[in-house]
Design a protein around this ligand. Structure first.
Ligand code: ADP
Length: 382
């Protein structure tokens, strides 16, 4: 089955064409600056998502030959409390995703634009929505509830949802496989460390806690996001006269590694620390320490992790950061194999010593692959 995976943003459209049975990527690309003025200030080069899709279609023609796309799978950020699984999209589902717009004002409206553009161009095309929150629908109430008045939840949907679910689910299943366990026999902690970062506690193959909450801002120190902080800081800033938009910008785009070290790129920060930059060293310490605290908490949450799994850009590539985190986990009996930790590979692998009380794994994530496979499964089950 040929599946076109779409990640539709407000001004960009990322796509990947996959042959699911062969596990192959046939082509991929990105259309940018949708609806944005041309560099000379003139009319946009790509007027809207429909125009972007025409560009994608032209690029696909070149590789498809006489074959045709069988289905489209969309990455949808917010599935709210309704969606625990990928679903076949129809008008009612599209409207349900739209009703969740207030919870993900930057993302869900853009996802819907992508869905509608496909529906216009190829009305008969099966479309599947794969939600970033869905895997975390199994969070128990003690993990998803904030200790705030009930109306915040009933009126505004304020609770913890969690994100990166597609990646956490894919990686947890691959990790279980590497340890010779079935998915539902796997207890572990997954660390998805990219520009956005989250940790998930997995018990019996299900998500029982995760570090991102109502939005992707909660939890770990990220590239440009603060992660956890005292909520009174926001109140303090508001009283100082900072607007909601300013505070949003400050915590989502000007914080994290960028604030601590001057760069949101882990490679740059590690190199600077190695060259003796004191700010960069502190940034790594704060980031690794905060992550290690979550590992300790989630080890408890799952009743004893059988594995600790690193994934995404930093988790897969930065042996320096992995070793800083592991150094803080001595109390759990975690011990990395220094040579295995240095290996660069696209394959899932164990990087701890045989004596490590908890095996430490690196498992490359592949969200597009997971979305394509989920899409094929939903379409085949129709
Ligand atoms: P996104 O969340 O945008 O998908 P990625 O998963 O691609 O992000 O991760 C981006 C992060 O991974 C950046 O901080 C980048 O510095 C880091 N990274 C990528 N390659 C390496 C590498 N070889 N060594 C260290 N860090 C890396």
């Amino acid at each position: 089955m040929l599946v076109l995976v779409i990640n539709s943003g407000s001004s960009s459209l990322k796509y990947q064409l996959r042959d699911v049975a062969a596990g192959a990527v046939l082509t991929e690309g990105l259309v940018e600056r949708i609806g944005m003025p041309a560099p000379d200030g003139g009319a946009p080069e790509v007027a809207d998502h429909a125009a972007a899709l025409e560009q994608v279609d032209a690029a696909l023609h070149a590789v498809l030959g006489d074959r045709a796309i069988d289905a489209v799978g969309h990455r949808v950020v917010h599935g709210g409390e309704r969606f625990a699984e990928p679903v076949l999209v129809d008008n009612e589902i599209t409207r349900a995703i739209e009703r969740l717009n207030p919870l993900a004002p930057l993302h869900n409206p853009a996802n819907v634009l992508g869905i509608r553009a496909i529906a216009e161009k190829w009305p008969e095309m099966p479309q599947v929505a794969v939600f970033d929150t869905a895997f975390h629908r199994t969070l128990p109430e003690h993990a998803w509830r904030y200790a705030v008045p009930e109306w915040l939840y009933t009126r505004h949907g304020i609770r913890r949802y969690g994100f990166h679910g597609t990646s956490h689910q894919y990686v947890s299943s691959k990790a279980a496989g590497l340890l010779g366990l079935s998915d539902d026999a796997f207890d572990g902690v997954i660390l998805h460390l990219g520009n956005g970062a989250s940790a998930t506690a997995i018990q019996a193959g299900r998500s029982v806690d995760t570090s991102m909450g109502f939005t992707p801002l909660e939890g770990l120190v990220m590239g440009t996001r603060s992660g956890d902080l005292d909520p009174s800081i926001l109140v303090f800033l508001a009283r100082q006269g900072h607007s909601a938009d300013e505070i949003d910008e400050l915590l989502n785009r000007e914080s994290g590694l960028k604030a601590l070290a001057g760069s949101n790129d882990m490679r740059t920060v590690v190199e600077a620390a190695e060259a003796g930059d004191a700010r960069a060293a502190v940034a790594l310490d704060v980031t690794a320490y905060r992550l290690a605290k979550y590992v300790g908490a989630y080890h408890v949450a799952v009743g004893g992790a059988k594995a600790l799994v690193f994934t995404a850009g930093i988790g897969e590539n930065s042996w320096q950061f992995r070793s800083r985190v592991a150094e803080r986990l001595g109390a759990l009996g975690v011990e990395l194999d220094a040579d295995a930790n240095l290996v660069r590979s696209k394959e899932p692998r164990v990087i701890s010593t045989p004596g490590s009380k908890i095996p430490v794994l690196v498992v490359p994530t592949d969200e597009e692959r997971a979305i394509a496979e989920a899409t094929a499964a939903v379409v085949n089950a129709r």
